[in-house]
Design a binder for this molecule. Sequence first.
Ligand code: ADP
Ligand code: MG
Length: 574
Amino acid sequence: MNYITDNAPLTDGMHLLVDALKRNGVETIYGVVGIPVTDLARHAQEVGIRYIGFRHEQSAGNAAAVSGYLTQKPGICLTVSAPGFLNGLTALACATQNGFPMIQISGSSDRNIIDLQQGDYEGLDQMNIAKPFAKAAYRINRPEDIAVGVARAIRAAVSGRPGGVYLDITTAMLSTTMDAEAAAASLFTPIDPAPKQYPCSNAVKRALKLLASAKKPLIILGKGAAYAQAENQVRTLVEETGIPFLPMSMAKGLLPDDHPQCAASARSLVLGQGDVVMLIGARLNWLLTHGKGKKWNPAVQFIQLDIEPEEMDSNRPIAAPVVGDIVSSLEVMIAKMDNFNIQCPKEWRDAIDTVKQTNAVKMQAKLTTPTSPMNYFNALKAVSDVMQGYKDIYLVNEGANTLDDTRNVVNMYRPRLRLDTGTWGVMGIGMGYAIGAAVTSGKQVIAIEGDSAFGFSGMEVETICRYHLPVTIVVMNNGGIYRGNDPNLGGGADPSPTSLTPDARYDKMIEAFGGMAYHVTTPDELRTALTDALASRKPSLINCVIDPAVGTESGHIGNLNPKSSLSPTPPKEG
Ligand code: ADP
Ligand code: MG
C-alpha cells in the first residue's frame, strides 16, 4: 500500500523491505513480533509471504536456519529489538557454526539514543554485538539502501561456506518515506549469489593419486556434502571405486545407511585403520577428535574437499586439499578418475564386512532384550520398526543418550532428512527444526527428543498446533538430564542437579493446545501410538516412559565431561 501525497506517491522502509524480500524469492518469515516490526510482519502476510509466529526467537531462528540448510536459500528470522534480538542470536551463531544460510532481520531502536547510551526502550548496540557471532552484519539506515542491503545479506549467507547474517533495521528507517517509483526501481535480485567454484586441476590430480595409492581407503561424508546436494556425485564416486564410506550424523541418508559400502557400524575399525581418508564436506573438529589420537591410524593421510580454503590444516596437516564447491569438485574428480585406476582392495572391504556382521548381531541382541521399564534400545526398536513405513519423513533428534542411540539405531535412507544438534551439539534446536522442516517441505516430521532437550523449546508445541503441522514428537522420558535417579549428594530435599520431575506427563502439554497425546510404557504401546500418530498427520506427542536409571552421563562424549576428584560422583549406568 502506498501513501498518496500532494505530489508523487510515497512508500516507506517497512514496505520496501518486504518488497525486496519478496523480489528475492522469500516465501516464509519465521519470527516473533513486537516493537518495531509488528506491522512489517503484517505487511509481509498481506503480500503473500508466509509468516510463522513463534513463542521464542531462538526457535524462530532455528527454523530459519534449517530451512536454509534444506533449500540452499537463506532462511529469514524476524526479531524485535534487544531481548528478542539476543534470543535469536543463539540460533544465528549456531547457524554460522553449522554453515547454514540464514538472515536474522532485527528491528533496533533509535541510533542517536543508543550511541549516546541514554537508555532507550530495548536499546542495544545490536550490530556490534552480532558481529562475532555472524558471518556478516549490516545495518540499513535509509530506505534507498534496502535493495543493496538485502543483496549483501543474501550473498554473504549463501556464498562460499554458508552462514548466519545479521541485518539491522532501525525504527527510523522503517518509517522513513521515499518516492515509490524510485523505490521500486531500486529493487533487484543478485545474479548467481552462490557461484560454482571449481578446484584447480593440480589439486585434483594430487588427490586422485593419493587415493589410488591407498590400501585401506575411506570416504567420510559430512553435512557440507548434504548441504551441497552432492548425492549423485557421491554415489558415483563411492560405487565406481568400491571405497567404504562413513556418514557423519547429518550426512546419514546421503547414501542409504543400508548401502553395502556403508561402514557406520564398523566405525572404530575404519578410523583406526584407514590409511587414506577423504573428507567430503566434513571438518576435523571435535566430532572427529580433530583427526588425532587413539581413534585414528597414526599414519593416516587426508584428502579434504571443502569450499573454505582456511579449513585446510586447521587441526592437522592435509596431504591433498581440494578447494572448491563439492559438486564441481566431485564432477572433476570423477571425470579424471579413469586415469588413476582407483579400486578399493577386496581384503579391506572383507575386513569391514566381517566387523559389520558381528556388530549387527550385538545390536540386534540389545534391541530385542525386553526390560521393564523400557530402555533406549527396546524403545527405539519400536520407533525404527514403524519408521520403515516412513522413509521420507524428516527426523529431528536431540538429547544426550537419545541422540547417540537414535543415530545408531534408526537408519536413514534419503538425503537431508536427519536434522540434529549439529556442530555445537546444541540442545534446544528440536521444535524450531521440526517446524522449519515441516513448513519448508510440507512433509511429515518426527522429533525424537530427550526429556531435558525437549524442555528448551517445548512451548513451541503451541506453534505446531496453531499451524496444524504434521509433527510427531516422541519424548524419551527418563526424568532427568542423562538420567533421573541421581541422589542429592548433600542429602537435602532438593532434587539433584540432573533430576527433572519424575513421572512428568509431557503429553498433557500438547493436549492443552488440541494436539494428539499419548502416554506409553511398553514397546508395544509405543509401536501402536506411533503408528496412529503418524497415520493421523496431526500434531502429536508421545510421552515415552523409560527407566530413570538408564542413560550414560554425557552420552558418548563423557570424555569431555570433567569429573571432580574431590567429591563422590553418582554411580554410572548399571
Ligand atoms: P559434519 O559435522 O557433518 O562433519 P561439518 O559441518 O563439520 O560437517 O563440515 C561441513 C563442511 O562443508 C564445512 O567445512 C563447509 O565449509 C563445507 N561446505 C559446505 N557447503 C559446501 C559446498 N557447497 N561445497 C564445499 N564445501 C562445502
Ligand atoms: Mg532424560
